[in-house]
Design a protein around this ligand. Structure first.
Ligand code: 5RP
Length: 217
């Protein structure tokens, strides 16, 4: 017998991912996010044996999907997506999301925006009462110092670049109003994209808490 307290975060991520795999139907064009919550989605989708065309948001996801036998395409190849499924770093009321802990938020936002349905999957630790910094940023390498100076509250994360060669940094300033901050960041030359995902992008949130799944649509 399982007790709620014995379900690990990894188990919750698997439960949310497997639940979301059940939302996918034969013939769909599916966007695949990036991260540890999406990782168990890939075998769960493959196990369903559906005819799907999948678009991966990172090399890691593409490799895993290919290894699982899923058919990959490009976003331009499929045009639009029926569904996209992805994790999040924070889920605040709205729902507003912070994404990009895995450096893939620019591609993830393109995929979410192309999808008729964008399903966010998460373990119980991701919902928060309000978003808190950092907010991942992808910056152009050209003029990087000037961009950082203008942003004032951005620090380089170091490590790998984005899948498209962008420099990854984090906004460390306040998030008093996510919509206002999103507008400000979108207006800054040199910012390719930021990890704030507006409620207009999100259709479904699936959160696993212990053995329970909460699906808000
Ligand atoms: C990657 C992301 C991920 O969805 C986010 O970082 C959550 O990751 P995980 O599922 O590993 O907790 O935005 O860029």
């Amino acid at each position: 017998m399982l007790y709620p307290g014995t379900v690990t975060l990894e188990g919750e991520k698997r439960a949310a991912a497997e639940y979301a795999a059940g939302l996918v139907e034969d013939g769909m064009r599916v966007g695949l996010g990036t991260g540890t919550t999406v990782a168990p989605l890939i075998p769960a989708l493959a196990a369903r044996g559906l005819r799907l065309r999948c678009v991966a948001t990172s090399e890691a996801t593409a490799r895993a999907a290919e290894a699982a036998g899923l058919t990959l395409d490009t976003l331009d190849g499929v045009g639009e997506l029926d569904i996209a499924i992805d994790g999040a770093d924070q889920i605040a009321p709205g729902p507003w999301l912070i994404k990009g802990g895995g450096r893939a938020h620019t591609r993830e936002k393109l995929v979410a925006a192309a999808a008729a349905r964008f399903v966010v999957i998460a373990s119980h630790d991701k919902p928060v009462p309000r978003l808190t910094p950092p907010v991942p940023l992808e910056l152009l390498a050209f003029g990087l110092e000037a961009t950082l100076r203008r942003l004032e509250h951005a620090v380089l994360r170091g490590g790998a670049k984005s899948p498209d060669g962008g420099v990854i940094a984090d906004w460390t300033g306040p998030i008093d109003d996510p919509a206002q901050l999103a507008r400000r960041l979108e207006g800054e030359p040199g910012v390719v994209d930021h990890g704030l995902f507006a409620p207009t992008l999100v259709t479904d949130v699936v959160v696993a808490t212990g053995e329970a799944i909460d699906h808000t649509r």
